[in-house]
Design a protein around this ligand. Structure first.
Ligand code: PLP
Length: 462
C-alpha cells in the first residue's frame, strides 16, 4: 500500500527546494491573478466570518478559493473555473457531487418531511446497516465527527469510572476540549519521543484539561504498554485513527493493532477507533474490516451520508446500554429522516462492493502514475494508496509515526498546491490532508491528475 522510490541525495534536494520556491512564487501570483471573484468574496466574508470562512480548516493564504458548485468529479470556483476535485470535501464526497441518486434521495426524503425529532423506521434501518458493516452491536447517531468522539469518550469514562483519555500524537479527533492536544505539535513543544508532551491546540480550553490526557506515538505498542503499566488504572480509553489521516496517511503495522487490542483488554481500557476518515472510504467496513481488529467502540462521520452532516458511534452492547443507565447522549437532529434516508441509499446503493473495486483500481492507477513521475525525476516523496484515499507525501520513505511527518518538505507541497490548482486539479490546501476519490471519478480524471503531477515533478527538475 505504501511505495518508496529511489531519490536524489542532499545536493539534489537543495536544488529542488530552490526550484520549489520559484514555482510557488510564480504559481501563487498566477493563482491570485485569475481568482478575483474569490478575492472579492473573501473581502465580503471577512466582515462577518472569522478568517472569512465557515470553519477554520478552510482558511487559506492570502485568501481561500471559494467553490460555487460541483457535479460528478468536478467543482467550479467562484470565478467559474472548472477543476477536477481531489479535495472531496475533506473525505466526505465519495459519492462525488450531485450524484443523481443522492439528489433523488434528498428529494424523496424532503417530500416526506425532513425532521420530526422522533425516531423513524429509516433511522433504525440506517443504524442496522452501519452495525452490519462494522460488526457493531448497537449504535447512536450524532451530527459531526466531533460529537461522535465526544460521546464515545463519555461512554468510556462512564464504563470505567476513569477520567484520563489516551490519544496518539499527531491525530485529530474533533474540536471538543478533551482531545484538543498534540494534533500537529511543533518540534519545540512536542517533548521527548517516549513521553510526548500534551501540547494544547487552542486557547480557551479548560485550564486543567491537560490532566486528563496522555499522548503516545503511533505504531509503538511497547511505549503504550509502559504507559498502561504506569497509569492504566486511570485511563478510560485509547482513541486512535487506525490509519492516521491528518498528516498525509500513516498506515498501522498489523501486529501493532493486534497488540493494542490485547493491551486494552488486559488493562480494562476501552479501545475506540476514530473511523471518521477511514470508515466508508477504505473498505465497506472501514479500518475495522480492512485491518481485522475489532475495537470496543467505533466513531463515524464524513462519507456516511452523501455529503450531509451525519455521524454515529457504536460498538459493544454493554457499553452502549450505559446510555440507558445515566450516560447522556442526545441531539435534536440525530439520525433525522433526511440524513438517514440519504445515508441508507449511500450505503446500500452507492457504496457497494463494486464501488470499493472502483476505488482500488483508480487508486492503484493514480499511485502508479505518481510513482513513475517521482522515480523519473528523483523527487523526495512517497505515495500511499488506501481505497478511496491516498496521497503523495514529500518524504522519501513512508511514515510510521507523527514525528516522521516533521521530515516531510512543506516547501514542495506549497509549490504543488498552486501548480495543481492552476492546471485544473482541486486539492486540499494543507499537506496534512490526502486525496479522496469518488464513484464518479474516471480513468481519464486519474490520468489528468498524473499528467499535471508529472509536469510538476519535471518542473522541479528543470
Ligand atoms: C479523524 C477525525 N476525527 C474527527 C474529526 C472531526 O469531525 P468533524 O469535522 O465532523 O467534527 C475529523 C475531521 O476532520 C477527523 O479527521
Amino acid at each position: 500500500m505504501t511505495t518508496t522510490v529511489p531519490t536524489a541525495g542532499q545536493a539534489g534536494l537543495e536544488r529542488i527546494l530552490a526550484r520549489a520556491q520559484e514555482i510557488c512564487d510564480r504559481e501563487t501570483a498566477r493563482l491570485l491573478e485569475r481568482t478575483p471573484a474569490s478575492a472579492a468574496l473573501y473581502q465580503r466574508a471577512y466582515r462577518t466570518l472569522p478568517f472569512g470562512v465557515v470553519s477554520s480548516f478552510q482558511k487559506g493564504a492570502p485568501y481561500p478559493i471559494y467553490v460555487s458548485r460541483g457535479k460528478g468529479s468536478h467543482v467550479w470556483d467562484q470565478d467559474g473555473t472548472e477543476y477536477l476535485d481531489y479535495h472531496g470535501g475533506f473525505g466526505a464526497m465519495v459519492a462525488g457531487h450531485a450524484h443523481p441518486r443522492i439528489v433523488e434521495a434528498i428529494h424523496e426524503a424532503a417530500s416526506r418531511g425532513t425532521h420530526f425529532a422522533v425516531t423513524t423506521e429509516v433511522g433504525v434501518a440506517f443504524g442496522e446497516e452501519i452495525c452490519r458493516r462494522f460488526n457493531l452491536e448497537m449504535i447512536r447517531f450524532a451530527n459531526s465527527g466531533t460529537e461522535a468522539t465526544m460521546d464515545a469518550i463519555r461512554v468510556a469514562r462512564a464504563a470505567t469510572g476513569r477520567d484520563v483519555i489516551c490519544k496518539i500524537e499527531g491525530s485529530y479527533h474533533g474540536h471538543h476540549d478533551a482531545v484538543m492536544f498534540s494534533i500537529v505539535p511543533n518540534a519545540d513543544v512536542m517533548g521527548g519521543r517516549e513521553r510526548p508532551a500534551k501540547a494544547p491546540v487552542s486557547r480557551g480550553l479548560v485550564k486543567d484539561a491537560h490532566k486528563y490526557i496522555e499522548v503516545v506515538p503511533f505504531n509503538d505498542a511497547v511505549l503504550l504498554e509502559r504507559l498502561f503499566q504506569e497509569k492504566g488504572k486511570e485511563i478510560a480509553c485509547l482513541i486512535m485513527e487506525p490509519a492516521m489521516m491528518n498528516i498525509g496517511i500513516v498506515l498501522p503495522d498489523p501486529a501493532y493493532l493486534r497488540r493494542v487490542r490485547e493491551l486494552c483488554t488486559q488493562y480494562g481500557v476501552i479501545f475506540i477507533y476514530d473511523e471518521i476518515k477511514t470508515g466508508f472510504t477504505i473498505a465497506r467496513g472501514g479500518a475495522t474490516e480492512r485491518f481485522g481488529v475489532q475495537p470496543d467502540l467505533v466513531c463515524l462521520a464524513k462519507a456516511i451520508s452523501g455529503g450531509l452532516p451525519a455521524a454515529a458511534f457504536g460498538g459493544r452492547a454493554d457499553l452502549m446500554r450505559l446510555i440507558e443507565q445515566g450516560v447522556s447522549q442526545m441531539g435534536t437532529y440525530n439520525g433525522n429522516p433526511l440524513v438517514a434516508h440519504v445515508g441508507l441509499v449511500m450505503l446500500t446503493e452507492i457504496l457497494t462492493p463494486a464501488a470499493y473495486q472502483h476505488f482500488a483500481r483508480l487508486g492503484a492507477r493514480l499511485v502508479a502514475g505518481c510513482n513513475a513521475a517521482i522515480a523519473r525525476y528523483e523527487i523526495p516523496a512517497h505515495t500511499v494508496d488506501l481505497g478511496a484515499k491516498g496521497c503523495v507525501s514529500y518524504r522519501p520513505t513512508p511514515m510510521t509515526t507523527y514525528r516522521d511527518f516533521l521530515e516531510t518538505r512543506p516547501e514542495l507541497f506549497a509549490a504543488s498546491y498552486p501548480w495543481l490548482l492552476n492546471r485544473g486539479i482541486f486539492m486540499t490546501p494543507g499537506d496534512e490532508e490526502q486525496w479522496t476519490l469518488s464513484v464518479q471519478h474516471t480513468d481519464a480524471d486519474i490520468d489528468a491528475y498524473i499528467e499535471v503531477f508529472a509536469g510538476f515533478c519535471a518542473e522541479l527538475r528543470r
